[in-house]
Design a protein around this ligand. Structure first.
Ligand code: NAP
Length: 296
């Protein structure tokens, strides 16, 4: 039997409608709107497209949204000065620096310069630390999207054997920490696999919930899955272009095989991707409330 599709695009639409109402409520009651700046250095087409998507969504939700595009040869000092300006700007509650940055700029130094209260990507060590101790202000966007998608799809995470393939700071590490915490959509038993794991397949076969964020096209095959498992495919791999010039994307899971074995599966595209931007918006609304001492 074919697996149920976990439609991230639909869930993301539902959350955005809720956020739009919340933004309107904050505006009418408190006279403020969430402010988000996206800073893009250089002209990388993929980064431009991501930033456009974030700005478009922020605009649709009624945010004060600023797109700050800077030339590829911008010095690190100038970028630090720009961040300092937005750190002090009361109309800006969230600062997002689009990664990757040009090589002459230290990503680490830049991420450290963002005021943790405005760090809506949740990459600052203060926010990473708060996540680890189970007291986060903000959750990193892609892991938060994965967790929310599972909760809203009625997937039982508590007590589940979760296997995460990938240990990046952006996806693998934070999602594994979040799912093993106490709380809603968590309390799982988590195993993390990476390139030094001896037998990735054997771990995958044990998983009630398998989360794959390896960045390897169709890496996980159908016979790596336990019958009825929930499969969350985070991978976004460009494998070509349509004659109309649209990117053809594939996940990290061989979808056609996996859909025959899994109980539920996220498609690529239309699964985790739309949730990521939505969670960025959610963090920006939260940032606005935290900075304005606005109660939930
Ligand atoms: P990354 O930084 O390249 O990390 C990949 C991780 O996977 C690493 O920890 C690596 O292990 C592990 N890995 C790679 N090949 C493996 C293999 N053959 N067996 C086991 N582990 C393997 O990537 P990322 O930033 O986490 O992103 C992962 C994927 O998710 C990419 O396709 C990316 O485009 C996608 N993504 C999607 C979204 C979204 O919103 N949908 C957001 C972020 C990322 P080592 O640590 O040992 O090298």
């Amino acid at each position: 039997m074919a697996a149920k599709l976990i439609k991230g695009a639909e869930v993301a639409r539902e959350i955005r409608a809720e956020l739009k109402e919340e933004v309107e409520l904050i505006r009418s009651k408190c006279g403020v709107v969430p402010g988000l700046v996206t800073i893009l250095v250089g002209e990388d087409p993929a980064s431009q497209s991501y930033v456009r998507g974030k700005q478009k969504t922020a605009h649709e939700l009624g945010f004060h949204s600023v797109q700050d595009s800077q030339p590829a040869d911008l010095s690190e000092e100038k970028l630090l000065a720009l961040i300092d300006r937005y750190n002090k700007d009361p109309q800006i509650h969230g600062i997002l620096v689009q990664l990757p940055l040009p090589r002459h700029i230290s990503e680490n130094r830049i991420l450290l310069a963002i005021d943790p209260r405005k760090d809506v990507d949740a990459f600052h060590p203060v926010n990473v630390g708060k996540l680890v101790i189970g007291d986060p202000d903000y959750l990193p966007c892609t892991p938060a999207g994965i967790q929310e998608l599972m909760v809203r799809s009625g997937i039982q995470v508590e007590g589940a054997e979760v296997v995460v393939v990938g240990r990046s700071n952006i996806v693998g590490k934070p999602i594994s920490i979040m799912l093993m915490q106490k709380g809603r959509g968590a309390n799982a038993t988590v195993t993390v696999c990476h390139t030094r794991t001896r037998d990735v397949k054997s771990h995958c076969r044990r998983a009630d919930i398998l989360i794959v964020a390896a960045g390897v096209t169709e890496y996980v095959k159908g016979d790596w899955l336990k019958e009825g498992a929930v499969v969350v495919d985070v991978g976004v791999n460009e494998v070509g272009m349509t004659p109309e010039g649209k990117r053809i994307l594939k996940g990290d899971v061989a979808f056609d095989e996996a859909v025959q074995v899994a109980g539920a599966i996220t498609p690529v595209p239309g699964g985790v991707g739309p949730m990521t931007i939505t969670m960025l918006m959610k963090n920006t609304v939260r940032a606005c409330k935290l900075q304005g001492n606005i109660e939930d």
